[in-house]
Design a protein around this ligand. Structure first.
Ligand SMILES: [Zn+2]
Length: 286
């Protein structure tokens, strides 16, 4: 009998492990937007709507020869926050078209202001740095180079580093892992916030399943609780991956350096350093 219980126990444990690491087949997106195209008489018409409280750059592409020449003329369209656009082009070809839309956050015309921001956790809390700028484990691309990992545990509260608007939320993933497939496919829950006064974006990554307190369009204050930390996506330990980003000519957003309230420079924060959020003023202790 004891042996049977033991066997059942082992089986349950194994099932638990396989569930923990179940790689999701679904893909979730942090926002959606309306885009459409149709031919009318000799015209090709595009309709695009930006539902977000941040600028959105949309590019259109197609393998079709005639259409390729046409879309090369305007390349990327920048839509202001919460705006619609309708583009009409002379296009006298009757054919089935396959058109792809690609969207990225931010406007290249928006000036980026130098600001200091709060640490992305609750006022009064202390946390350790697990990975700093240019960390070899996962902070080595243009998108992640100046990210910081803080040692938040599962269910610890994440707070907005600055005031702004929520422009992206994914909270439907359940699992995480550290193998190659997790690294090569982003399956993490996260929140993206746009900060209009600085032009910067901040991202808070690896939240638990259904761990966001905010939704797209919400206005948030600096220090406001926005979600719960977790281990979804590519990670080997529980932590909060925090990234500050700005629009880039080379594509979407790129990671950028930041200074925290109280004078802590992100670039000086190294593995095992302890940082404290004190009344939204932050200090570093080695
Ligand atoms: Zn990280």
């Amino acid at each position: 009998m004891q042996r049977l219980i033991y066997t059942i126990g082992i089986t349950a444990l194994m099932m638990g492990c396989s569930l923990m690491n179940k790689f999701p087949s679904e893909n979730y997106y942090q926002f959606s937007y309306y885009r459409n195209y149709y031919q009318q008489n000799d015209s090709l018409i595009f309709e695009i709507q930006n539902p977000l409280k941040c600028p959105l750059r949309v590019s259109i592409s197609s393998k079709d020869k005639e259409l390729k020449q046409l879309v090369n003329l305007f390349d990327t369209i920048t839509l202001k926050e919460n705006s619609d656009t309708l583009l009409k082009f002379y296009f006298p070809f009757e054919k089935d078209l396959e058109i792809n839309f690609r969207s990225v956050f931010g406007s290249l015309n928006k000036e980026i202001k130098k600001v200091t921001i709060a640490f992305p956790f609750c006022e009064g809390k202390t946390h350790k740095i697990l990975q700093g700028y240019n960390g070899r484990y996962s902070h080595s691309t243009n998108y992640s180079r100046y990210a910081l990992d803080f040692d938040l545990k599962v269910n610890d509260t994440i707070c907005s580093a600055d005031e702004g608007f929520v422009v992206g939320v994914i909270e439907d993933y359940k699992y995480g892992g550290s193998s190659k497939k997790w690294k090569n496919n982003d399956k993490s829950n996260f929140i993206t916030i746009y900060h209009p006064h600085s032009g910067l974006f901040t991202q808070y990554v690896h939240l638990i399943h259904k761990g966001s307190f905010v939704k797209i369009g919400d206005k948030v204050r600096r220090g406001q609780a926005i979600g719960l930390s977790g281990t979804t996506g590519f990670t080997s330990v529980e932590h909060l991956h925090f990234n500050v980003l700005k629009p880039s000519y080379s594509g979407g957003l790129v990671s950028t350096e930041i200074e925290f309230c109280g004078g802590s420079l992100g670039k000086n924060l190294k593995y095992k350093d302890t940082v404290k959020n004190v009344q939204k003023e932050s200090t570093i202790t080695k």
